[in-house]
Design a protein around this ligand. Structure first.
Ligand code: NAP
Length: 246
């Protein structure tokens, strides 16, 4: 049994990570800026981190300001690592995204800088492909429009519970530096995924594949965010939709 500090415990990934680590018998300290978790702390200011880190064996760093393109994430990661050093240098595992080093997308630049800090500390970096929930969010957003636009890119969506399983395995055998990338079980076209969503919700709206401009989307079209050689045997997009859309 380990004492594990989990940043981002209230997030899309953090919730299944906390649940799985607890079923493995670990003492999980959920961290959030808001009340309701075990520890209240703000990574960007650093307030509350020393208390949260006292006596931990490992840290799973899932927090990110995803809604504001990672604003404050580099400072937050630095604050976390400094506090971890003061607390005796526990293992830190950072969750990142496949392709952050090759896709010129502002949020990915932030993730790459945070990765480097974690690597300098001696922690582990696990890159995953897009979560099913992320694709679902995009489909829901697009469906607000009368004609549903879908980017003409491939995606390799993965279930957060499958990412959680890899995190649990990584904590059992901690490794410094990059872990093998983690990709979902299928590489599918985003317009097809959005079509599946429309079908699942009974929508008959027209869908159009759109070509988004810029270097980042060129890189996405080239598949820089995919790891077809690292398919997991986990939950497929179709399985996910069946559970989420009733
Ligand atoms: N979405 C994807 O498809 C995808 C794919 C691969 C990797 N990832 C990575 O996986 C990680 C988790 O993503 P997610 O989708 O679960 O994110 P999310 O749902 O947006 O959750 C973000 C979490 O970060 C916490 N947070 C943000 N700023 C904070 C701060 N200053 N101090 C403390 N906590 C802070 C939030 O906690 P409170 O609001 O409760 O404070 C929340 O729990 C991220 O690093 C992301 O880059 C995501």
């Amino acid at each position: 049994m380990k004492t594990i500090l989990l940043t981002g415990a209230t997030g899309t990934l953090g919730r299944p990570v906390a649940a799985l680590l607890r079923t493995h018998g670990h003492d999980v300290r959920g961290l959030s800026r808001n009340p309701g978790q075990d520890f209240r702390a703000d990574l960007t200011s650093g307030n509350g981190l020393d208390t949260a880190l006292r006596g931990v064996d490992a840290v799973v760093h899932c927090a990110s300001d995803t809604r504001r393109m990672g604003r404050g994430d580099v400072t937050g990661t630095r604050n976390l690592l400094n506090a971890a050093t003061r607390a005796g240098h526990p293992y830190v595992l950072f969750v990142s995204i496949v392709g952050v080093d090759t896709i010129p997308y502002p949020y990915y630049r932030v993730k790459l800088r945070a990765e480097q800090l974690v690597r300098d500390y001696g922690g582990g970096v696990l890159r995953a492909t897009q979560f099913h929930d992320f694709v679902l969010g995009g489909a829901r957003l697009a469906t607000r429009l009368p004609i549903v636009p879908a980017p003409d890119v491939a995606v390799q969506p993965i279930a957060t519970r499958d990412v959680a399983a890899r995190i649990a395995a990584a904590l059992a055998a901690p490794v410094s530096g990059r872990l093998p990338d983690l990709g979902g079980p299928q590489v599918l076209q985003a317009p097809d995924l959005f079509r599946d969503y429309l079908d699942a919700t009974g929508s008959t709206r027209r869908l159009v594949a759109v070509r988004l401009p810029g270097a980042a989307f060129r890189a996405f079209r080239a598949g820089a965010h995919l790891v077809p050689g690292h398919l997991t045997a986990g939950e497929t997009w179709a399985d996910f939709l069946q559970v989420r859309i009733r």
